[in-house]
Design a protein around this ligand. Structure first.
Ligand SMILES: CC(C)(COP(=O)(O)OP(=O)(O)OC[C@H]1O[C@@H](n2cnc3c(N)ncnc32)[C@H](O)[C@@H]1OP(=O)(O)O)[C@@H](O)C(=O)NCCC(=O)NCCS
Length: 220
């Protein structure tokens, strides 16, 4: 435990922790990755679907493991005030179930960021996706200084669109994107603070101030 606190002092993202009813959201440590990848290997969506901007779930076995780890290590390595992501592992009653993240650019000016998420397929349809999105929106809007939160989902992803609607996001246009070489419509959504549908549990947040100081710090 002492070791854990020491690492969070050196790298404040590791000190962020959000508790919301049965859920705990916190950045994944390297020691979490075996459990995380076991859930990813068990499947995240039906094979015919392409829910992500980058089709990272097409990779299998060791290729998926390498690209997954490199993605998360790259995100840590490239964190800066100009561009930072906060990817939180999600534990439901103590078991890892998925990831809920938010991604920003020029946050000190824009005060916005896009949420992205996935859950192991065996955990879909139980309200966990809605609760984890509500939890990160509370973190962003109440504790990290966001003025809005955005999301985007392809028209053939009704679950993600339903979660956004239930959490209070409003339609904000559409984008025409190439998805594996074919045209796909991506629905843009925006959540403003006054529209947030709060979760049915208190949201307890730890480590937000240290994180804000850390991502706003500029080299002198
Ligand atoms: C998106 C995701 C995180 C949602 O998680 P979840 O736990 O299943 O979500 P919830 O159970 O909280 O809510 C899902 C909602 O979608 C609705 N839904 C699911 N499939 C649907 C379908 N085919 N048609 C219409 N509605 C559908 C459910 O009815 C539910 O709404 P309700 O509570 O009003 O009934 C999860 O589906 C997932 O990981 N998908 C694969 C990855 C992904 O798509 N990530 C997002 C990329 S934008």
């Amino acid at each position: 435990m002492e070791h854990t606190d020491d690492l969070a002092r050196l790298w404040p993202p590791f000190g962020v922790r959000v508790t919301c009813g049965p859920l705990v959201l916190r950045p994944m440590r390297d020691s979490d990755f075996p459990e995380v990848l076991a859930v990813a290997h068990a499947g995240i969506h039906d094979p015919g679907l392409l829910p992500f901007y980058f089709p990272w779930t097409d990779a299998k076995g060791a290729d998926l493991e390498r690209s997954f780890l490199q993605y998360h290590w790259r995100s840590r390595a490239e964190l800066s005030p100009e561009k930072w992501d906060l990817d939180l592992g999600v534990w439901h009653e103590g078991s890892f179930v998925g990831v809920q993240g938010v991604s920003t650019s020029d946050f000190l000016v824009t005060r916005t960021g896009e949420t992205g998420s996935w859950l192991g397929q065996q955990f879909h349809g139980r309200g966990i996706g809605t609760l984890m999105r509500q939890a990160i929106c509370v973190l962003c809007l109440d504790h990290l200084g966001f003025e809005e939160v955005t999301s985007g989902a392809f028209t053939d992803n009704p679950a993600s669109l339903a979660v956004s609607r239930k959490v209070g996001y409003r339609a904000n246009g559409e984008k025409r994107l190439a998805r594996k070489g074919a045209l796909a419509t991506n629905v843009q959504l925006v959540l403003r603070p006054q529209d947030l549908v709060r979760p049915p549990y208190d949201v307890e947040v730890e480590g937000a101030d240290a994180f804000v100081d850390f991502v706003q710090a500029r080299a002198t």
